[in-house]
Design a protein around this ligand. Sequence first.
Ligand code: TRP
Ligand code: SF4
Length: 524
Amino acid sequence: MTRDIRPRDDDRPVAADGGTAPGADDVALDPWGSSTVEDYRNLFAEFGIEEFDELLEAVPDPHYLMRRGVIFGHRDYRPVARAMREGEDFAVLSGFMPTGDPHIGHKLVFDEIIWHQEQGADAYSLIADLEAHSARGLSWDEIDEHARDYLLSLVALGFDPEDGELYRQSTNREVQDLAFELGSKARFAELQAIYGFDGETSVSHMQSVVTQMADILYPQLDEPKPTVVPVGPDQDPHMRLARDVATRMRYFKVTEAYASFEADDAEREHLAAAYAALDDDGETVRCVDAADWLEAEMAPDADRDRAVEKLRAAGKEPLRPRVRFLDRNATDEAFDALVAAIDGEKRRYEEHADAFEMDVERAEELAREIEVDHGGFGFVPPSSLYHRFMTGLTGGKMSSSVPASHISLLDDPEDGYDKVKSATTGGRETAELQRELGGEADECPVYELYAYLLSGDDDAFAREVYEECVGGERLCGGCKEQAAELMREFLEDHQEKREEANELLESLDIDLDSERRGVPGDEH
Ligand code: TRP
Ligand code: SF4
């Protein structure tokens, strides 16, 4: 299967001064920049994106894009997979900037949303019109036209809009209110560091960022729940910010603790080790004894020394495991209610409360319940899924501005056929060489079409194409002819379904003829 390095799927425009977006040099994943993903493996090491393969077994009946490694990475997808397995509530959401026609690259995301909806997710999809207007400079008329096309394709591919929800950012009042609220936990310095924003960045562009944060957390307004956001890896900066902001909004932070003082994770490990070593048939373990033990038994380093120092300061205080609720944003009433709700032995301090007979999981649950009951959101940090970008049919990037490089979902089926027929391949110079050496399916945009789209759920077919190609049994002429025919059929079928989707779309309450006036943003 294709496991190699693929460039991103569209060319984001450069900044008005002709350079790349400000800060693009040190921002390797830039949602509005023109950076390419050079090496997917870097994303794991550098940004902490996790490999999807390790999780494949946790997903019941995984989608073919998961099985084929097209979905290669994730952040914190485990809670989503668990909810799916256990029949609990979860949600999926993704958004699209209506900057051009929807193409086969967008179809990957449409399919991911639809698949999660079929697995039981509350499903949401949105048109990022504020972002398109402010960050990409599209007029409202252009946005309206493209928005309809995205929604029609999404519905035609199987999204159920009566069960799920479709909206545009600009008319969703709840999203705007949430964006405003979340904005109080995001700082300009942070947007600067994450996106390279500077003094020239428009306020509307910044507003589109908090709007995206609100989109991502919107499925949790009814009730906190695991939520997955399928996107390209260029959107990862948004995901990291959304996860941070979701956490900062929480009323309480739950941690494990051993004594009345605060300890960081590294110090806590030392405290846990000392406690485990000294806790002997119910004898009280004193902080000073733990300090002595650490100095005798553990190699000295900065973490150990800080732990020892804190333990000495606590002196004769007993060391006892407990869960701690730290007050982050709680109102006084919420803090009182939390303390009252803790079962068993507890102790209340100025900025935190300790519970001695509660496990962390129950504590998390309680903290969330109290928060939601007292006017907070109780957000679960959102998860994400990342897919590879498709290679352009002409080699290089798949670019919205080079029609031959991509296939639009609105392309005439015959044009789709022709584009595949003239695509670059991973074939050898002559048929003879091809028979001898085999083709390079891993380098072939046509093979990608088979793997990402044309084979659908049929793994055996995708494997057959791959093996025949690398085994030299498949020649590019016939292979492209087959792919081109499949593409034509797909487009015919899809466009028929789009026609049928029209009525359903009209019946939904989405304004696709906005009477909005305005001046498009100029940061494109
Ligand atoms: N920024 C996304 C893009 O450039 C669009 C978007 C807006 C989005 N809100 C979102 C994506 C929420 C995922 C989730 O395409
Ligand atoms: Fe690509 Fe098909 Fe040629 Fe193989 S035979 S290189 S998959 S076009």
